[in-house]
Structures are given as C-alpha cells and as structure tokens.
Design a protein around this ligand. Structure first.
Ligand code: ATP
Ligand code: NCN
Length: 271
C-alpha cells in the first residue's frame, strides 16, 4: 500500500553554542507532532550551525560548534549536521539557507523503500522554485524550519528580518515552532498580519515538560566550573573539556560588535 503522507525535512538554524539536549529534543517533539496529524512523515532532520560572521556575543568558532553537533547526533538515525551555512565567510540570511537546503532536496529523490534516506540527482531547482506560496508542496516533499518560540518572536524585532524573507520562510516552506518559557507564539501569530495569513503553515508544538535549558546557561555553568552533565550529550561534554572551550574570555567575543542582521538591515534602511 502506498503511503500518501507528505515527506518532511526539518531544518534547525541557530548558534548551537554549544548544542544541548534540548536542541535534539526539539526534533523529536516536532516529528511526533507532525506525524500525529497523519499528514506528514518526517524523513530527516538537519542541524545547521550559523557561521562566525553572525557575530553573536560569545559565539565560538564554527569548527567547534559543528564538531559538537556531529558528536551529539552520531547515535541518531535521522538527525544530521550540515556545514554549508557554518563555513560561509559572511553571515547568510536564514531564507537563503532554507532555499539552499530546499534546492538540495529537490535535486534528490527520497527513497523510502530503504530505511536510510537515499539521495539521487533529480531535477533543477529553477523549474520548481518560482516564489509562489506553497510551491514547496508540489513534490510531496517539504522543508520546514524548526525553531524555538524566541526565534519566531524575533521576527518582530526591528531590522532583524527582511519582511520578504519571513513571507518566503512561512508562506512557501512552513515552520515548526517549539514553545519556550517566556514566549507566547500563539499570541505573536495572532498579532502579526503576515503570520496570521500563513498560520496554517506554522505548527506550534507545546513542550509540556517545561525546561529552561539554554546554551547561555550551559556557557555560564562552564565558566564557573559547574557540571553540565545531562544537559548536553556526554561526547559534547568531553569535547568541551578536551578543547578547553567556554571561558570568561570566549564570552567576550563580539561583545562590542552589532549582530550581523541588525548591521546589514539598519545600514540598508538608512541608505
Ligand atoms: N529550551 C528550549 N526550548 C525551545 N527551543 C529552544 C530551546 N533551546 C534552544 N531552542 C531553539 O533552538 C534553536 C537554536 O538555538 P540556539 O543555538 O540559539 O540556542 P539557545 O539556547 O537559544 O542559545 P543562546 O542561549 O546562546 O541564545 C533556536 O530555534 C532556539 O529557539
Ligand atoms: O535571516 C534573518 O534575517 C535572520 C535574522 C536573525 C537571526 N537569524 C537566524 O536565526 C538563528 C538565531 O540563532 P540564535 O542563536 O541567535 O537564537 C540563526 O541561525 C540566525 O542566522 C536569521
């Protein structure tokens, strides 16, 4: 019997500075939620650490963040790490990262006769990507951006996101948004005309086991020589120790620098 469910690839973009167990849990929560609808089959998860050019305070080198993400996912059968974004010389807008992975997806064929996802070159993106809303569904395979509610709410920060990028991500692809304490994604969607328009493309997943695990908390604990075991996969804890990552000094990286999107868009709006 053929499976009519739409195949979904989940893409999580972020600093992953460092990757935590909560980042991995986000994927599990999103997969359960989407598959519970009976409409979707989640075939792959991609973690895409941002590049150093993002200039977030305390952001350590991408090579370490990528390696920690690899260690964290080595036992997962479906979550992978992709370095395309992380090795870019300059910060890349998330809409472009989503487009890049969607192009890769279209150039492949997902063969679900085998357990692993197999990619075969298929067709050129230009035939498919024409910017119309929901074009992403045409092949029966979709790419959705996976994030926490804080990232969704960052859409409202002036000069942080280009309005057309928000439309492209939410209108053409879709999002899965995990609740996070201190955020109210339903209210935020209700109060935004563009998010309300595309509300059916935004899947809000309620994390009932509220937890405040954040990379900020982990870095702070490490600076204070406190244990971070069980907040991060063991392999990541060992890697951090081996390389002496996260000190008072590393937390000062980019301290006087404006975050790349704010720099880029405030420059554009003032010229
Ligand atoms: N506890 C959490 N609950 C829900 N989403 C989370 C949680 N922690 C991280 N995320 C999400 O994971 C993605 C990557 O997050 P990021 O690497 O910025 O981690 P973070 O813990 O928010 O980092 P930082 O504390 O350095 O700002 C983002 O979409 C973020 O919203
Ligand atoms: O594309 C944009 O305009 C945009 C603006 C702000 C942030 N982002 C992305 O959102 C992610 C936020 O990560 P973080 O660690 O700051 O929560 C990261 O991947 C950024 O590249 C993207």
């Amino acid at each position: 019997m053929s499976d009519n469910r739409t195949k979904v690839v989940l893409l999580a973009c972020g600093s992953f500075n460092p990757i935590t167990n909560m980042h991995l849990r986000m994927f599990e929560l999103a997969r359960d939620h989407l598959e519970d609808t009976g409409q979707y089959m989640v075939v792959k998860g991609i973690i895409s650490p941002v590049c150093d050019g993002y200039k977030k305070k305390g952001l350590i080198e991408a090579c370490h963040r990528l390696e920690m993400a690899r260690l964290a996912t080595e036992n997962s059968g479906w979550i992978t790490v992709d370095s395309w974004e992380g090795v870019q010389p300059e910060w890349v807008e998330t809409a472009k990262v989503v487009r890049h992975h969607y192009e890769e997806l279209l150039a492949t064929e997902i063969d679900d006769d085998v357990d692993t996802v197999k990619y075969v070159k298929k067709r050129r993106i230009e035939e498919n990507f024409e910017g119309s809303a929901n074009h992403n569904r045409r092949d029966g395979v979709r790419l959705m951006l996976l994030c926490g509610a804080d990232v969704l709410e960052s859409f409202g920060i002036p000069n942080m996101w280009k309005p057309e990028d928000i439309v492209e991500i939410v209108g053409s692809h879709g999002m899965v948004c995990i609740t996070r304490s201190g955020n109210n994604p339903h209210k935020f969607i209700h109060e935004s005309d563009v998010l309300w328009k595309y509300r059916k493309n935004i899947h809000v997943v309620h994390e009932w086991v509220t937890n405040d695990i954040s990379a900020t908390h982990v870095r702070r604990a490490l600076r204070r020589c406190r244990s971070v075991r069980y907040l991060l996969p063991d392999g990541v804890v060992c890697y951090i120790r081996e390389h002496g990552l996260y000190s008072a000094e590393s937390e000062q990286k980019n301290a006087d620098v404006i975050l790349a999107p704010l720099q880029r868009y405030s420059r554009a709006s003032s010229s």
